[in-house]
Ligand binder design. Structure first.
Ligand code: TPP
Ligand code: SF4
Length: 249
């Protein structure tokens, strides 16, 4: 009999996806699910879903999930973790959710050094609501609310959330990764595992920012979207471990 080499992680339900073709949310769900399986924490994992296209994450993950109002996932996760200190608690948030309306929540959760982890999906646009500008939208990037391209004079400059949060003493591990090819997916998984491992060791706030495509609202095919991510997003949002505090080493 042939050996089965590819199986669905137990932490991922076998249901049809609502994500658009070429959207990276699905890949990232799988990486998170694989890490939770490998850490053996499926029975104690609690994910906090955001608003945005990944609001339906709770339909896909096969462990406890909780929905939070726009941007409030870190505040909800704080409460959940304090009540269930032995649970693995993570938020899964888009850039509109985390960097716009939820900017205050993520800053203060990191500043307090809450022992939670954040999976931050940066696709440089509001996906679910039809492609409006997000705080992470690049200069010159065309969106529904910046039809001539984002201009710094009127819309400010894109925010590098990871670098900003890395200045906070409470943030212990912050990495930026991408999932545009197999090598980068493997590295993204390693960083997600590191963030979750740290939480299990009680080391405080950790975040993995993942650059991702939104082919639908970028107006590109899935393959063109990957190329756009490589040539536009990565230069502005450089990949790598942005912070590992000494305590964590
Ligand atoms: C309080 C509140 N304000 C506004 C909205 C509308 N809304 C839903 S999703 C969304 C933007 C989501 O964008 P992002 O977080 O980047 O996620 P993506 O869909 O790109 O994955 C907004 C503004 C809402 N659901 N709740
Ligand atoms: S709109 Fe964008 S972020 Fe939302 S599912 Fe489609 S490709 Fe993904």
């Amino acid at each position: 009999m042939n050996e089965k080499l590819f199986t669905r992680p137990a932490s991922l339900l076998d249901v049809p996806t609502h994500y658009c073709p070429g959207c990276h949310h699905g890949i990232i769900h799988r990486l998170v699910a694989e890490v939770i399986d490998e850490l053996g924490v499926r029975n104690t994992a609690i994910g906090i879903a955001p608003v945005g296209c990944s609001v339906l994450a709770y339909d896909y993950f096969n462990f406890d999930m909780f929905g939070a109002a726009h941007g409030r996932a870190p505040a909800v996760a704080t409460g959940v973790k304090r009540v269930h200190p032995d649970a693995l608690v993570f938020t899964y948030q888009g850039d509109g959710d985390l960097a716009a309306i939820g900017c205050g929540e993520i800053v203060h959760a990191a500043a307090r050094g809450e022992n939670i982890s954040t999976i931050f999906i940066n696709n440089a646009i509001y996906g679910m609501t039809g492609g409006q500008m997000a705080p992470t939208t690049l200069l010159s990037q065309i969106t529904n609310t910046t039809p001539r391209g984002r201009k710094s004079e009127s819309a400010g400059n894109p925010i590098r959330m990871s670098e900003m949060l890395a200045t906070l003493d409470g943030a212990n591990y912050i990495a930026r990764v991408s999932v545009h090819d197999a090598i980068h997916m493997a590295n993204a998984k390693k960083c997600i595992r590191k963030a979750f491992d740290m939480q299990i060791q009680g080391k405080g706030f950790s975040m993995v920012e993942i650059l991702a495509t939104c082919p639908t609202n970028w107006g590109l095919s899935p393959l063109q979207a990957v190329e756009w991510l490589k040539s536009n997003l990565i230069p502005y949002y450089p990949l790598g471990v942005i912070k590992t505090s000494q305590e964590v080493e």
